[in-house]
Write a protein that binds this ligand. Structure first.
Ligand code: ADP
Ligand code: MG
Length: 629
């Protein structure tokens, strides 16, 4: 164990293991299979990375998303550890070379997507490798009871056949009993040791705030909780408009969603990480790489799709252990709306087939063909062309992604191509005539060698750095050059990228998992209902409720959630009316002012005011404020 601690110190710079990390590592090193259940941010990666470093050979890691894999591999590389990623879209030759590297190049980690495990070449090579550990990250993807079921994950079990003597560790932050059973069975973990760190986050006060004016309450609480915050919303549009609202009301906020460019995302993330911006208003695309310890406030402005997602997102508050708040703002209508929107966006098999066929037509893929290059497109334009409802269509794409027909990534990208078509003399003349454009033209010609012969892809941000000219200005100049017949110029933007993973076989491709679609939709409905159950709950401590959902029985109430605190200071309706009258003795009050002065629930307050109005004890003045009669 001393050695593992030295490794932790040397590569990660941490002095001590935390939670079950050291017991897990010990168990792995003794050759047992392990299932590690730890909340998000609990430090699961260390549990396989340290034992892999402590032994000869290489660790195979299966992880579901290309972006996750890339992120992990980059982090390891930054620590000077040799790691390799095999994701989609690598041509055969290159793949062969990469696998050779694993065999002879002293690599310590090989990250794979589960789809890769289906390839015979990879299976063969794995058998030749000196594997010291198999790690299945995000292992809940193997269970259809989880939120992110990916059938390809069932392939992970084959690793046990390929390298039978090697221990396997499965890691996840989903600990509902059904998922745990599925993981152990499907991965054939045996003999298995299950470690579970508590999911309890006792420094977070979980609050459900019912209100008919969410904007007002958002503003209100933002003012009360200083420090970094995140506001989660469900749509890109909402992230933009809500961030605008906060800025207009004196808070510093930025928006974040999947359709932004990579550099835009990085910029926004950094501004927020370093505290220049207080609040990030984000869709669930905001998650990876968010490892900020001092987030004080996480608000859910709309209802998330499951308690798993909710707990994970809310759990970004208070990683430093200091008191923090996770609040869900909700109106009466929200529940109904969530159900409707959610159910309306669950595609059936026929629709998935339609979208798949639309995609193939859009990209002109012929029957039996497997396109290797990534295909980028503008999602909204695609939906418009085929008259698809965007939410429904997006979920259909997600189903195709989950079932390994394609892999989907969201990101705004621009592809700009240029070719000089005028003669040298004409270009020269042009340079003379339009001196303003001259430095740009010269930079382009110098940077891109063959641009007078071929249509060439150019990098606008590179040109921006070289010339100091903004990208929009550059585009205007290129457009002008095109109008003047000097260049051919094309500019295409996209916000969604697809890698096809299997050849096009129309309905046959979909039939493979058609039966599952119905079941998966049922699970999604079940998950939403569990989420709504949490909101409707008005008796049980919120923390206990959440922990129970994750299979943890605690007997202590948190004392800080809305339910615990309301119990402490529950005022009878009569007391509330008395308190209101006392306040009105001091002068007129709006209902808002009364709400914050009494600390009462909005609904209860309005009820009390109604009584007082009916009893003729109070009345409204011309400013719509309450006054004593
Ligand atoms: P998970 O996969 O469980 O969500 P990660 O493995 O990504 O979590 O780790 C989350 C963060 O916790 C990382 O920044 C990691 O460096 C840090 N961390 C993990 N173990 C320790 C430890 N023993 N001491 C301090 N920090 C740790
Ligand atoms: Mg992780």
């Amino acid at each position: 164990m001393q050695e593992t601690q030295a490794i932790l110190q040397q590569y990660w710079g941490h002095d001590n293991f935390r939670g079950s990390q050291s017991s897990i590592i010990e168990s792995v090193l003794s050759g047992k299979d392990v299932l590690a259940l730890m909340p998000t941010g609990g430090g699961k990666s260390i549990c396989y990375q340290v034992p892999a470093m402590a032994q000869e050979g290489l660790c195979i890691v299966v992880s579901p998303l290309v972006a996750l894999i890339q992120d992990q591999v980059n982090q390891l590389k930054n620590k000077g550890i040799k790691a390799i990623a095999l994701t989609g879209g690598i041509p055969f030759d290159e793949l062969n070379d990469l696998l050779d590297n694993c065999l002879y190049g002293n690599y310590k980690f090989l990250y794979l997507s589960p789809e890769r495990l289906q390839q015979p070449l990879i299976q063969e090579r794995i058998q030749e490798m000196n594997v010291n550990l198999i790690a299945i990250d995000e292992a809940h993807c193997i269970s259809q009871w989880g939120n992110d079921f990916r059938p390809a994950y069932l392939q992970c079990a084959i690793l046990k056949e390929l390298v039978p003597q090697v221990p396997m560790i499965a890691l996840t932050a989903t600990a509902t009993p059904r998922v745990v059973d599925d993981i152990v069975q499907n991965l054939k973990l045996s003999p298995v040791q299950i470690f579970k760190d508590s999911f309890s986050r006792s420094n977070i006060a979980f609050i459900v705030k019912r209100t008919e004016d969410k904007l007002f309450q958002l503003k209100n609480y933002m003012g009360k909780v200083p420090g970094s915050s995140i506001v989660y919303v469900r749509s890109r549009k909402m992230s933009v408009s809500l961030s605008k609202f906060l800025n207009e009301n004196g808070f510093s906020a930025a928006h974040f969603h999947g359709g932004m460019t990579k550099s835009e995302k990085e910029d926004k993330l950094n501004l927020w990480l370093y505290g220049t911006i207080q609040t990030m208003v984000a869709t669930n695309a905001f998650g990876m790489g968010v490892d900020k310890p001092d987030v004080r406030f996480v608000v859910h402005y709309q209802i998330p799709d499951s308690l798993e997602s909710y707990y994970q997102e809310a759990g970004r508050a208070g990683r430093d252990g200091k008191p923090s708040v996770a609040m869900l703002l909700t109106s009466e209508e929200d529940k109904q709306r969530a159900r409707q929107q959610f159910l309306a966006a669950l595609p059936d098999v026929a629709f998935v087939k339609k979208v798949y066929s639309n995609l193939n037509n859009y990209f002109q893929v012929s029957y039996g063909e497997l396109v290797m290059e990534p295909m980028a497109f503008k999602f909204n334009a695609f939906c418009k062309r085929y008259e698809l409802e965007p939410n429904l269509a997006f979920n259909a794409l997600r189903i195709l992604d989950q079932n390994s027909v394609l892999s989907l990534s969201e990101q705004f990208q621009e592809k700009t191509t240029l070719q000089f078509v005028a003669s040298k003399a004409a270009i020269f003349q042009y340079l003379e005539k339009y001196r303003k454009s001259a430095p740009i033209i010269q930079t382009v010609l110098r940077t891109y060698g063959g641009i007078t012969d071929y249509e060439t892809k150019i990098d606008l941000s590179l040109l921006h750095r070289k010339t100091g000219m903004r990208e929009t200005q550059l585009k205007e100049i290129f457009q002008q050059l095109a109008n003047d017949g000097i260049v051919n110029y094309h500019n295409q933007s996209s916000d969604l990228e697809i890698h096809f993973l299997v050849p096009r076989e129309d309905d046959v491709t979909i039939n493979v998992f058609a039966k599952k679609v119905k079941e998966l939709n049922a699970v999604k409905q079940y998950n939403l209902e569990a989420m709504l159950g949490y909101i409707e709950n008005n008796k049980e401590c919120r923390s206990r409720y959440l922990l129970k959902y994750f299979g943890e029985d605690t007997h202590e109430n948190c004392g800080t959630c809305d339910i615990c605190t309301a119990k402490g200071k529950r005022t009878s309706p009569h007391q509330l009316e008395e308190r209101i009258l006392e306040l009105l003795d001091l002068g007129p009050h709006s209902s808002r002012k009364l709400e914050s002065a009494t600390g009462a629930d909005e609904k209860e307050l309005l009820k009390a005011l109604q009584f007082l109005l009916e009893d003729g004890k109070v009345q409204l003045n011309f400013k719509n404020e309450y006054v004593k009669k």
